[in-house]
Design a protein. Structure first.
Length: 749
């Protein structure tokens, strides 16, 4: 019986793909699927080059959709292959995070509005944007609405914090610290100006308290088509006004994710994260901003241009975060952004910079001359300071530091006499566009390569004409399994060599740490400290598990980091080579994984067309697996590196808790003595435990990588083995040619 299926392609015509039917004779399975090619020569004249990554991805997906549809319509489908093709459309990648630092008033919100082309989206810093909340901005890929997803503290967490805030406010001593200011700010923002003068019991009887009690704590979503209305709806969750206290809900908020439409080109695969400089006494928020920091692949440091060099805050942030950005994170690039460049006194600047004043020049032109002159000098000065800083030790390539001089106001207002390009906003937009496009290119390349591998799997059945096909296939797969065992053993040996390097580094670090830890503790908590002020700082440090950062970022102490310093220093150089921030080294774990392969030639069947197609399929599966693992390793290495400091923090936890509870006369001295004595007592066990846990995490990483490669490739071999010559599939040689052309066009974009 002859079955005929016509026009099975449901997708519209596009370059390299035409609507053509095909016929199948189930009584002649050994001949495979026959397809019409009557018009191939005439169709070739319609082939045109594709000009965007999106077009290439769309066409590749149409090709694979056609293959799936044809397999199903032919009644010769293989469910495993169809399922594999369907899974290709479900691949998702974590978005790349760009972290943005800067204190309130330096123009962060205006900068983001300008980069996004939405003038009034985020509240102006000058109006009181809250710097304690992690705010994420990403593209809304689903519709044309502006959406805010607001994550709130649970009712239990808020009640606990409220008690802590009132405990801080009850402190009547003269040397009140940042915790007092933060507590007062939160209470008045929520409950009004008179709330700070009330007790907790009085506040609980207040009408405003009852209103907030009914407020839904957990998660809230706001959606609006109009950007102005949306901004008004979101305002009370991310800002406050000192002139109008009460009814501002940001103290209840952990984080806010804002999704904006029409930003595919900028943010389809990117999320902008406005990261507060901490200083908040809330531990949940403090942990949240640190975890977000470690996710950043790029960081923007924002500072007003008139104090970009001398202001301690941006440089303090960099110093404070150096471990989280580099070996403890995955940051590959730092952009220093000088804002408010249009705010300049032209007459004063001409005098101080000794510029020549042109008598007939308009005031606007003189101001522009001053702005551009100051911009160039600022870029040079900031670049030089970055190059001389400790951060240079972590970032080793020439393109890690970029300096931008930005005027957000002039970008929106042509009356300020600056060209858009002179505001540097287009350069930042191009930065995001290039990053976004590179991610899309990588995703498209991976999809096309995997698609070619699947078609090779189909062809491994279709094009083999040798006798004893099943026996040949079985022999090839047996050899592939043997290659897998051999490759895993070689990878195991490479891991063992890296393990020994780490162990030697850590052993040196343990010995140095034991000898210097008491002196380090004294340096952090005793020497050269102002007793009146330091009493509260030390108490906050103990309450926060060993670290303290002032609200103005001018005082930063981290006893855990200090105690971990020798271990980190002994580990740093080799760790950078094993887990490089950017690029590869000969010792890197990524290099060892990239060398892993089981698809090398199988000598006994070197002339087999079946072998060539099976090898292509296995090779694409290897590439996919290794790419996924290399991305995961970047995340896992953060946990490995930070485990040293985390272990020390955990070992010291009970001491911190006890020291924080000390009160009365002489409490500062008692806390200092407790911390010093505890470090001296537990130093041997503490540092050896830090070493043990790091090595254990590395060993777990080895087992995870080996298991992922072994299970993934065994599954691929199993899938390939199941395609026996008894089941003939369709001829996909034309689709393979189409994908090859798409690959070539992608490389040329």
């Amino acid at each position: 019986m002859l079955y005929s299926v016509k026009s099975v392609t449901t997708c519209p015509p596009f370059p390299y793909l035409t609507d053509e039917g095909f016929s199948i004779d189930l009584t002649m399975a050994s001949q495979g699927t026959k397809r019409k090619r009557d018009h191939e020569s005439s169709n070739s004249g319609r082939e045109t080059a594709l000009t965007t990554v999106e077009e290439i991805m769309e066409n590749a997906k149409k090709i694979m959709k056609t293959v799936t549809h044809n397999l199903d319509q032919a009644f010769m489908m293989h469910r495993d292959i169809i399922s594999k093709i369907n899974q290709m459309d479900k691949v998702r990648r974590k978005k790349v995070s760009v972290g943005i630092f800067g204190k309130s008033g330096d123009g962060k919100s205006s900068l983001l509005n300008a980069v996004l082309g939405k003038k009034d989206l985020l509240p102006s810093d000058s109006y009181g944007a809250c710097t304690a909340i992690v705010t994420q901005v990403e593209a809304n890929l689903d519709d044309a609405n502006y959406i805010a997803e607001i994550e709130l503290f649970s009712k239990e967490d808020w009640e606990k914090e409220l008690k802590d805030l009132f405990r801080v406010l009850s402190d009547e001593s003269e040397d009140r610290n940042d915790d007092f200011e933060i507590a007062e700010e939160k209470i008045t923002a929520l409950y009004g100006a008179d709330a700070k003068n009330k007790t907790l019991e009085e506040l609980q009887k207040d009408d405003k308290f009852a209103e907030i009690e009914t407020f839904s704590l957990s998660k809230k979503t706001i959606s609006n088509f109009d950007v102005s209305e949306f901004s008004n709806d979101v305002a009370c969750y991310i800002q406050h006004s000192e002139s109008s206290p009460g009814g501002w809900y940001w103290p209840l908020v952990k984080s806010v994710t804002i999704k904006i439409p029409d930003c595919h080109e900028l943010l389809e695969h990117i999320v902008l994260v406005d990261i507060p400089g901490t200083g908040d006494c809330n531990k949940i928020r403090d942990d949240l901003w640190k975890s977000n920091l470690r996710e950043c692949s790029c960081v923007w440091i924002v500072s007003a241009i008139n104090r970009a060099i001398k202001d301690k805050e941006p440089w303090g942030i960099l110093k404070h975060c150096i471990e989280e950005l580099g070996p403890g994170g995955k940051c590959k690039r730092i952009n220093f952004i000088c804002t408010k460049t249009d705010e300049i006194n032209a007459t004063g600047y001409i005098r101080s910079a000794r510029l020549k004043r042109h008598q007939h020049q308009r005031n606007k032109d003189q101001k522009k001359m001053c702005i551009l002159h100051r911009n160039e000098h600022a870029k040079t000065d900031v670049k030089e300071r970055l190059e001389k800083s400790d951060i240079k030790k972590i970032f080793s390539t020439d393109n890690d530091f970029q300096v931008f001089t930005v005027s957000s106001n002039a970008f929106f207002d042509p009356e300020l006499n600056l060209e858009p390009s002179e505001t540097d906003i287009p350069k930042l937009q191009d930065d995001l566009k290039i990053l976004n496009k590179n991610i899309k290119r990588e995703l498209t390349r991976d999809y096309v390569n995997e698609a070619k591998g699947v078609l090779s799997l189909i062809q491994s059945v279709q094009q083999d004409t040798e006798k004893k096909t099943n026996e040949t296939r079985e022999s090839i797969h047996n050899e592939l399994e043997n290659n897998l065992k051999k490759a895993l053993n070689e990878l195991d040996n490479s891991f063992d060599n890296i393990y020994r390097v780490l162990e030697q580094c850590l052993s040196k670090g343990v010995e140095k740490s034991k000898k210097s830890c008491v002196a380090t503790t004294k340096d952090e908590i005793v020497l050269n400290k102002d007793g009146r002020r330091f009493h509260k700082i030390l108490q906050s440090l103990c309450k926060n598990g060993g670290d303290y950062l002032s609200k103005n970022r001018d005082v930063y102490l981290d006893l855990n980091k200090g105690l971990a310093k020798n271990l980190h220093e002994c580990l740093q150089e080799d760790f950078k080579e094993i887990f490089p921030v950017s690029g590869k080294t000969g010792k890197s774990l990524q290099e060892e994984i990239d060398k892993f392969s089981i698809s090398q030639s199988v000598s006994a069947h070197s002339r087999s067309s079946m072998l060539r197609h099976i090898q292509k399929f296995i090779k694409t599966e290897e590439t996919k697996l290794k790419g996924s693992l290399n991305r995961e390793i970047i995340d896992i290495k953060k946990d490995i590196y930070s485990s040293i400091q985390e272990t020390i923090k955990n070992e010291m936890a009970s001491c911190y808790e006890q020291a924080a509870a000390v009160t009365g006369i002489g409490s500062m001295k008692k806390r200092q003595d407790m911390l010093i004595a505890t470090v001296d007592k537990i130093k041997h066990d503490m540092f050896n435990e830090a070493k043990r846990k790091l090595l254990k995490k590395f060993n777990n990483l080895k087992l995870y990588i080996k298991d992922a490669l072994e299970s993934g490739l065994k599954e691929s071999i199993k899938l390939s083995r199941s395609q026996t010559s008894n089941i003939k599939l369709m001829d996909v040689s034309r689709e393979t040619e189409q994908l090859e052309r798409l690959s070539g066009q992608l490389e040329r974009l």
